[in-house]
Design a protein around this ligand. Structure first.
Ligand code: ATP
Length: 270
């Protein structure tokens, strides 16, 4: 049925070790996501109410989705994924129904994490224009607010939202009890780039002449997604050179790196 279109349910396999860099952010999320699920009795005993929503913001390709999945994996929580753009494009009423349906299913499957990608499309500031599309966004936003408020009675459900445009998020969503925590997911620094390269070459047969630290130094402004692409493409170049190749060597990485320009510019980094 169309009502469940676009919703996927799973406990993701990706873990914190699959994410390079972001040490503090991972630690913070472990507290916010895992503790209330694993130590819910302690939270009740002390009368602490867990965080209901976390807003992750930062440039594309820097692991917001992967972080949400790793958090669900660590907490062994069911993972529900929604896209703001997809909800927005649905027929009138269908997007709201899908939102409500997802929260209901998350309640039944608790502990659950609802990942809400491209949140700004639905949770954008209200009253910006008078076109009929605004009312679609407003209705979705008000449904989301109602559902977030309803989580107060529910146990073990956390909403992780992601956006590249945090300033576009409606202030109503940032009130206490909704998205209590706003975390910036930055593009990787040198050490993080090295760790990301390690993650994505872990299963590759890499030659002794490959110096991942040097590649990390030469890939300033590359996102995690671009570094992952670099590793994959280097493998393809090795195979293109010789289909019987047994190693991916430095020259293969260099060939790909020279053909790539990072999409990010310094000015875009928040
Ligand atoms: P978007 O805003 O475009 O949705 P995103 O921030 O959600 O992007 P992801 O989808 O999580 O980014 O990452 C894209 C790909 O890049 C993933 O396949 C992931 O493996 C890889 N990647 C990004 N950052 C990292 C990282 N820090 N460590 C390991 N892999 C990474």
């Amino acid at each position: 049925p169309s009502i469940t279109r676009g919703v996927t349910v799973e406990i993701p396999k990706v873990s914190w070790e699959d994410i390079g860099g972001l040490k503090d952010l991972k630690k913070k999320l472990q507290q916010v996501v895992e503790w209330p699920i694993k130590h819910s009795a302690a939270f009740s005993r002390l009368g602490i109410s867990p965080v209901r929503g976390v807003l992750l913001h930062g440039p594309p390709g820097c692991s917001k989705t992967t972080i949400a999945k790793a958090a669900a994996h660590a907490a062994q929580a069911s993972f529900f994924s929604l896209s703001g753009a997809e909800l927005y494009s649905m027929y009138v009423g269908e997007g709201e129904a899908l939102l409500r349906n997802t929260f209901n299913r998350a309640r039944l499957a608790a502990p659950s994490i609802i990942f809400f990608d491209e949140a700004d499309v639905v949770a954008g500031k209200r009253g910006g224009s008078s076109s009929s599309n605004v009312s679609v966004g407003e209705r979705l936003l008000s449904t989301l607010l109602t559902e977030m408020d309803g989580l107060e009675q529910a146990k073990g459900i956390l909403v992780l939202a992601a956006t590249n445009r945090p300033r576009a998020i409606d202030a109503a969503l940032l009130r206490p009890g909704r998205f209590d925590l706003v975390l910036y997911v930055p593009p990787p620094d040198l050490e993080a780039r090295y760790e990301i390269l390690c993650v994505h070459t872990r299963k590759m047969k890499v030659g002794d002449d490959v110096d991942l630290w040097k590649i990390a130094e030469d890939t300033e402004l590359f996102t995690g997604a671009e570094l992952e692409g670099l590793c994959r493409e280097a493998g393809i170049v090795a195979l293109r050179e010789n289909i019987a190749a047994t190693l991916v060597c430095n020259r293969h990485f260099q060939t790909v790196k020279e053909s790539l320009r990072p999409a990010l510019t310094r000015g875009e980094i928040d």
